[in-house]
Design a protein around this ligand. Structure first.
Ligand code: UTP
Length: 292
């Protein structure tokens, strides 16, 4: 039996964003902007481009700015209309029309697995996508769209994966896997380890913030115990899922930026600004004259 079409995308956005303090003391990390667009909007646009029509954002305390961002803003729209600023009006209106957006709360940041579990009733019994808003993937074909195609081929959970060289691998969930002969982008997953020591990492294939999951994942999250950090880890639940179903890693085509980290955010800002038609040329000129 084939799964129904993927329609729903879950965005866990209830974390504390401690790597970005003090900015994230009152501003949700997901609302930090690359050039002029909040991180979470990049993710929502990617999900919509992949065919998703329902966006589920898992929020926590002080996250109201996200709800306002994806809602219509009658006063701003009226002010822009009165000043004949049509192109800005179109930009503002298009954000609220991207997709149907619903919100659910995670009362405490008890881990990524727990955040995904908060979406259980809204997702129901169908496969769904998970996007971590601070992983920004710049790709010709949106990363999630590439994964959706792989999902329809395999009818199994798919985890986006990137090769990470050296000790930096210890910051990731890491796949124990073998490439599939018929599609070298697909990796058959045998196991996975969350944040292994460099010497103990089973491969260089790190899991990044894009997942397509079958609905059985919810029972798996409910079955696992919190890890050493007291958090319910999504990787532990996917490991449990492996006992029942196949799971694949997927080497996407594109460049990922860890925009939840200050240095990664700076690099992404520079690259995205350089690509802009309006800002790129003067910004490039200005960069050339920097004493670096
Ligand atoms: P991160 O670990 O990158 O986010 O989780 P964080 O915990 O907010 O950041 P730091 O490490 O303290 O700086 C990836 C995504 O998962 C969400 C976060 O909001 C982020 O978008 N998340 C994480 C939750 O929604 N709930 C959690 O309990 C943990």
């Amino acid at each position: 039996m084939a799964y129904p079409k993927l329609r729903k995308a879950v965005f866990p956005a209830a974390g504390l964003g401690t790597r970005f303090l003090p900015a994230t003391k009152s501003i949700p990390k997901e609302m930090l902007c690359l050039v002029d667009k909040p991180l979470i909007q990049y993710g929502v646009e990617e999900a919509v481009a992949a065919g998703c029509t329902e966006i589920i954002i898992v929020t926590g305390r002080d996250k109201g700015a996200m709800e306002d961002h994806f809602d219509s803003s009658p006063e701003l729209e009226a002010a822009l209309a009165a000043k004949n600023k049509q192109s800005l009006l179109d930009v503002v209106r298009s954000v609220s029309k991207l997709a149907k957006t619903v919100y659910t709360r995670q009362a405490e940041p008890l881990g990524l697995g727990h955040a995904v579990l908060m979406a259980k009733d809204i997702v129901g019994d169908e496969p769904f996508c998970v996007l971590l808003p601070d992983d920004i993937v710049d790709a010709r074909v949106p990363c999630l769209k590439q994964m959706v195609e792989a999902f329809y081929e395999t009818q199994s959970s798919i985890l986006a994966s990137e090769v990470i060289e050296g000790p930096a691998i210890s910051a990731y969930g890491v796949l124990d896997c073998t490439p599939m002969p018929q599609n070298p982008r697909l990796l058959a997953v045998k196991g996975m380890v969350e944040k292994p020591k460099f010497e103990e990492a089973p491969s260089q294939n790190a899991i990044i913030g894009r997942y397509i999951l079958t609905p059985r994942i919810f029972a798996m999250i409910e079955s696992i115990k919190p890890g050493a950090s007291g958090e319910l880890q999504l990787t532990d639940a996917i490991k449990a899922l492996l006992q029942h179903e196949k799971v694949y890693g997927f080497h996407y085509e594109g460049k990922r930026h860890d925009a939840g980290d200050k240095l990664g955010f700076l690099k992404a800002t520079v690259e995205f600004a350089l690509k802009r038609d309006d800002l790129g040329p003067p910004f490039r000129e200005w960069l050339k004259n920097l004493p670096v």
